[in-house]
Design a protein around this ligand. Structure first.
Ligand code: UFG
Length: 336
């Protein structure tokens, strides 16, 4: 049985990926420092899969702790989620973002080099494309200057991994996520935003639950069908499954290059108002909202060309926007 390290394995995407890994028969070791996750998630994962993953509360910024972990655990592959992810916060605290997102990555790669551990999956983001000139976005679209330190950690992170793969004979895949949303079918795990949500879906569900007064829609003057901005919202369980496919590709040595990157989205763009309509339909809730000005740094539209990922990873999304929003709403209701 292959043993896979999942860093940030109690976070939103990490926890869903741990479930899918265990469902596929992998043995999972989680590292998480609980900076943006709750220990209860470990029990929820265990309830879903009937198997408790090995868990280490550990901070990847502490090099001696990272070394100590690898001294005692033999690993066949790493899926690296642990990172800060708030775009706005990264502008306020760039050095913390570089220390956490880049420092931890470098320490992990050093351990892989020193101990001959291979097979690395990296959480990247469609943010590397900025506002792409052509839609849908293919992997050939140029990388645009990062809009935030957070975005830069994804760009630089990919560069570091590529160079480490070349120099040290490692194999890695970066998955460039579009907008992950939703919750597990069991409604035992989902997104747990800290404080006021910055992302659309948790703000929508908290507004419907009465925690927030109304949704502010950031701009209705974009050149789109209804004036609101367009994104590619992907169900987190579909996204989790893409990680298993990417990992299996590396374990089977089917990768075409030592560093590959794939877009992971649905291929379908939805506007903010499309999301509101879909949410109102599946939840039977009326969502109070108002239109306000554009949010700084937002782009008009982004959605994935999924041809490469579906061909190379033999993966495609199975869930619709309605299903994702339905699960997000049920998850929100379960939190009350
Ligand atoms: N939006 C609102 N009101 C809100 C929140 C969001 O109208 O209260 C709008 C945004 O303006 C945007 C859309 O909803 O048009 C989606 O916004 P999110 O914040 O949910 O997602 P983003 O696409 O802005 O950001 C996501 C990830 C980032 C990543 C980025 C890459 O959260 O980590 O995609 O494009 F960097």
């Amino acid at each position: 049985m292959k043993k896979i390290l999942v860093t940030g394995g109690l976070g939103f995407i990490g926890s869903h990926t741990v479930v899918e890994l265990q469902n596929e028969g992998f043995e999972v070791v989680i590292i998480d420092n609980l900076s943006n996750s709750k220990i209860d998630v470990l029990n929820s994962i265990t309830e879903i899969t009937h198997k408790k993953p090995d868990f280490h509360q550990l901070d990847l910024r502490v090099k001696s702790d990272v070394k100590n972990f690898f001294d005692h655990t033999k690993i066949d592959g790493i899926i690296h989620f642990a990172a800060f992810k708030a775009v706005g916060e990264s502008v306020e605290k760039p050095l913390e973002y570089y220390e956490n997102n880049i420092g931890s990555l470098v320490y992990l790669l050093q351990e892989m080099r020193d101990r001959n551990i291979d097979n690395f999956i990296f959480s990247s983001s469609c943010t590397v494309y900025g506002q792409a000139d052509e839609l849908p976005i293919t992997e050939n679209a140029p990388i645009k200057p990062a809009e935030s330190p957070y975005g830069n950690t994804k760009q630089v992170g990919e560069e570091i991994i590529k160079e480490a793969c070349n120099a040290h004979n490692l194999n890695a895949i970066a998955l460039r996520y579009f907008n992950p949303i939703g919750a597990h079918d069991s409604i035992k795990i989902g997104e747990l935003p800290l404080g006021v949500p910055q992302n659309l879906i948790p703000f929508v569900t908290q507004t419907a639950a009465g925690i927030r007064k109304e949704l502010s829609i950031f701009g209705d003057d974009y050149p789109t069908h209804d004036g609101t901005a367009i994104r590619d919202y992907i169900h987190v369980v579909d996204l989790a499954k893409a990680h298993i496919a990417a990992l299996q590709r590396l374990l089977d040595k089917k990768n075409a290059n030592n560093f590959e990157f794939f877009n992971v989205g649905t291929g379908k763009g939805s506007s903010v108002l499309d999301v509101v309509k879909s949410f109102e339909k599946v939840s039977s809730q009326k969502l109070p909202y108002k239109i306000v000005g554009r949010r700084a740094g937002d782009i008009t539209a982004a959605y994935a060309d999924t041809s490469l990922v579906s061909k190379e990873l033999n993966w495609k999304t199975e869930k619709t926007l309605d299903e994702a929003l339905d699960s997000a709403w049920k998850w929100q209701e379960s939190q009350l």
